[in-house]
Ligand binder design. Structure first.
Ligand code: MG
Length: 161
């Protein structure tokens, strides 16, 4: 049942501390192209396992009414694995279980050949969802993503994480 209110949460460095984990893995494995830690299903899942939740933001999510989904530039399987691993977390588990779906703009590295930015891909997805919701909020730590979303759908509420 839709509540007519949707909050889309970015994952990396919005809901989880990802940059540090990826930087560490990239330093330890210099032969692996850096993008693979974000986009390759197996490696991205390995990197996601090392990321810790940003607890304050999960508590915000728990207190926000309406539907919740993750809109990520990262490999979707990696985010789903992370959600499964945290579903019974004593503090954030209830919030994790409120996530209805993971929408990923990553396609295992085809960002290398498709010259469209993550921000543009996220904006396209939000524009597709817009007719179904009276009220859409995007929470994201990347300013370009917020700007592209508002440009595509001016009624979107953009919140910098
Ligand atoms: Mg991010």
């Amino acid at each position: 049942m839709h509540t007519n209110r949707l909050t889309l949460w970015d994952f990396d460095d919005t809901l989880a501390n990802s940059a540090d984990a990826v930087t560490e893995l990239a330093e330890q494995n210099p032969a692996v192209p850096a993008w693979m830690w974000w986009h390759n299903p197996a490696l991205s899942t390995l990197a996601a396992e090392r990321t810790t939740p940003i607890v304050e933001r999960w508590l915000e999510l728990a207190a926000t009414p309406g539907d919740h989904a993750i809109l990520t530039g990262r490999n979707g399987e990696a985010v789903e694995a992370w959600l499964r691993a945290h579903a019974d977390h004593p503090v954030i588990g209830a919030a994790v279980r409120k996530i209805r779906g993971v929408i990923s703009t990553s396609h295992n590295g085809d960002h290398k050949v498709v010259s469209i930015s993550t921000a543009a891909k996220k904006a396209i997805i939000i524009a597709r969802l817009a007719p179904r919701y009276a009220d859409i909020t995007l929470v994201d730590d990347t300013v370009e993503n917020l700007e592209a979303a508002v440009e595509a759908v001016p009624t979107v509420r953009a919140i910098a994480a």
